[in-house]
Design a protein around this ligand. Structure first.
Ligand SMILES: Cc1cc2nc3c(=O)[nH]c(=O)nc-3n(C[C@H](O)[C@H](O)[C@H](O)COP(=O)(O)OP(=O)(O)OC[C@H]3O[C@@H](n4cnc5c(N)ncnc54)[C@H](O)[C@@H]3O)c2cc1C
Ligand SMILES: NC(=O)c1ccc[n+]([C@@H]2O[C@H](COP(=O)([O-])OP(=O)(O)OC[C@H]3O[C@@H](n4cnc5c(N)ncnc54)[C@H](OP(=O)(O)O)[C@@H]3O)[C@@H](O)[C@H]2O)c1
Length: 549
């Protein structure tokens, strides 16, 4: 065993073990804690470490060689916390189909209309030509897909669907459910917006809304744990600013609609796509053409590329006058947004509710507004119609046995599905115990649904409500810190068969998983191998489910 001078953490993992420096540092520290208890333990081999870790810490498994059908289930890049270069590295010795999958953001969020694997399969089979559908992956993913697509085009392998041999690893496109109204982004139904209520008190740094919709007349059916897909509109003020910057007529006809209508509900005015700069390079000259070309190929000549939404891009090339139709063609489609449903149909028939954080930030002089979240917060009026669909959860839902105890960890808006779980359990009189970990910035301003939760606690529905306020004290205090404090009781619940759920931001999800591993090790008095296997088993059995973004 060697000692790393920088961190003073013993280096237990072999240098060849496939981890990033951060993962290596953390794992070395983690293993060191255990090994100090057991002098007889020998360092792990790379193979042992890699076999133990995937699925637990979501660290990479060793590459499995060029074949792909046999190792199709091994997708070590399928971790939304890994940056794209790392995902591509993990997939570099794999087939083109698998590298296409590694280019996706790995959230399986469904915003593209597929999960990550099915989207890449559809591209591989040339059944899907749109390479810009991965919302969380953004430009990074679409650029990588374009690069890989060139390879696909050149590939001697027959790629046309008819010429492809049946491949059991390639799942079929979404089944009949997607064709039903309200079940996919292509078949939204019309619901009525009822109300919005601010969940933070004055003084909060956050702006979070509880939103209610009437779905009694549109036949929308959902289960708790599902998400709601929302087709929102762009801010008309932003649309008008774009039209003015182009000096284009707002009523310019585009496919039977006006330019203004198309800009409001059909295209993204977020980050300017490469295609837009390409278009600018055709209609400008000289140094501006070179700059547009550079931006179109992913270079950042002025260091401002990340700040260029569509309006800022037009302003950067002041006076640019593309044909309005070509301009629309160059933009990305406006993607639906997904929100965890925070209600239960069993408790509130005909209703659906969401818990939405408004996205607003300033770049230089202009406020940038999140499309859907500020549409909800500012522009929707009661009785307005909204286009919605249900995005079925993949492996995120209450246990089948209503007596099973559940532990729910959801800071911030991550509380949304758990409010739904609790109402469902109340409506169905489920006897299982319920434990909620909620946290946010400040107790006085950000205690979402405080009265409802107090009522549930008083009624005995909510067995435990454990809270963590991150900005009430000098030191940050998070849900995972509260979990550690309650480790003994948590362990007792887990030992009695509790299911564990985590919802919210990706980074939080990672940290919560680490806390759980620590708790299992400390209170379960387990060896490292047992702890790792135990948590992996929880996941495999569906007893540890996450919905993180
Ligand atoms: C399955 C799932 C469930 C979800 N559930 C919820 C939920 O319950 N509640 C909820 O509030 N959200 C939820 N989200 C997130 C939600 O879908 C949207 O991504 C979010 O509301 C932002 O959408 P928007 O249209 O308002 O913003 P967009 O127009 O999409 O803008 C957001 C983009 O703006 C940029 N941005 C944001 N802040 C900054 C900043 N400070 N500086 C620079 N750039 C910035 C980022 O590129 C970001 O991607 C969920 C997501 C998924 C995938
Ligand atoms: N199903 C989903 O995928 C889903 C559901 C709901 C929300 N979301 C998305 O998640 C994002 C965050 O939502 P939000 O505004 O509600 O939360 P948030 O403001 O980012 O954070 C909520 C609380 O979590 C704390 N926190 C920050 N980092 C943490 C960490 N590593 N571990 C534990 N706690 C941590 C925050 O503390 P500090 O800020 O003080 O550090 C704060 O107290 C939003 O973009 C939202 O759209 C996704």
């Amino acid at each position: 065993m060697t000692v790393s001078p920088r961190a003073s953490i013993p280096s237990i993992l072999p240098e060849s073990a496939p981890f990033t420096p951060e993962q290596r540092t953390w794992l070395n520290g983690f293993f060191a804690g255990f090994l100090s208890l057991d002098t007889a333990v020998t360092p792990l081999s790379a193979e042992e470490a890699a076999r133990l870790i995937p699925g637990i810490f979501d660290a990479p498994a060793p590459p499995a060689g060029p074949g792909d059908a046999a190792d199709d289930e091994e997708t070590p890049w399928h971790d939304p916390a890994l940056p794209l270069p790392e995902r591509m590295k993990l997939a570099e010795s794999r087939t083109l189909r698998q590298r296409l999958m590694a280019a996706m953001a790995q959230q399986d969020c469904g915003q593209c209309g597929y999960n990550c694997r099915d989207y890449s399969n559809a591209i591989f089979r040339k059944q899907e030509e749109r390479l810009n559908l991965c919302v969380p992956g953004g430009k990074e993913t679409s650029r990588m897909l374009k690069t890989l697509y060139v390879e696909l085009d050149k590939s001697p392998t027959p790629a046309a669907p008819a010429a492809l041999a049946p491949d059991p690893a390639v799942t079929e496109p979404a089944p009949a459910r997607a064709a039903q109204p309200g079940c996919s982004r292509d078949q939204p139904v019309e619901a009525t917006f009822l109300s919005r209520t601010r969940l933070n008190k004055p003084g909060s740094e956050k702006e979070t809304w509880h939103l209610e919709f009437d779905v009694s007349n549109c036949g929308l059916d959902y289960a708790v744990g599902d998400s709601l897909g929302v087709l929102a509109n762009n801010d008309p003020q932003l649309v008008d600013a774009v039209i003015a910057a182009l000096a284009a007529p707002p009523d310019f006809p585009i496919g039977g609609r006006t330019l203004r209508e198309t800009l409001i509900d059909s295209v993204s005015l977020g980050q300017a796509p490469d295609m837009l700069f390409q278009l600018f390079s055709y209609v400008t000259g000289g140094a501006r053409r070179q700059k547009a070309k550079a931006l179109a190929s992913g270079d950042d000549p002025d260091g401002d590329a990340a700040c260029l939404d569509v309006l800022a891009a037009i302003e950067k090339f002041q006076g640019v006058r593309p044909d309005p139709e070509a301009f629309i063609e160059a933009l990305d489609p406006l993607a639906p947004r997904l929100y965890s449903i925070s209600s239960s149909l069993k408790a509130s028939p005909g209703r659906i509710s969401l818990t939405v954080d408004a996205v607003r930030y300033r770049i230089e002089k202009r406020m940038r507004l999140g499309v859907a979240s500020t549409w909800f917060a500012d522009r929707l009026n009661p009785r307005d119609k909204v286009r919605l669909y249900v995005q079925k959860a993949q492996h995120f839902g209450l246990p089948a046995d209503p007596a099973t105890p559940v532990i729910m960890i959801g800071p911030g808006t991550g509380i949304a599905p758990f409010r739904a779980f609790l109402y469902e359990r109340m409506a169905t009189k489920a006897p299982g115990r319920n434990w909620l970990f909620f946290g946010h910035q400040r107790r006085d301003f950000d205690f979402f649904y405080e009265d409802e939760l107090a009522g549930m606690k008083a009624a005995g529905l909510l067995t435990h409500l454990y809270l963590a306020w991150s900005r009430d004290d000098a030191q940050k205090f998070y849900v995972q810190d509260r979990m550690r404090q309650a480790g003994r009781d948590l362990w007792a619940w887990i030992a009695e068969g509790a299911h564990i759920y985590v919802c919210g931001a990706i980074g939080m999800g990672k940290d919560v998983e680490r806390a759980l591993v620590d708790i299992a090790a400390e209170h379960g008095a387990r060896s490292i191998n047992e702890t790792v296997a135990f948590v992996a088993d929880l996941k495999k059995k569906g007893r540890y489910q996450t919905d993180v973004y």
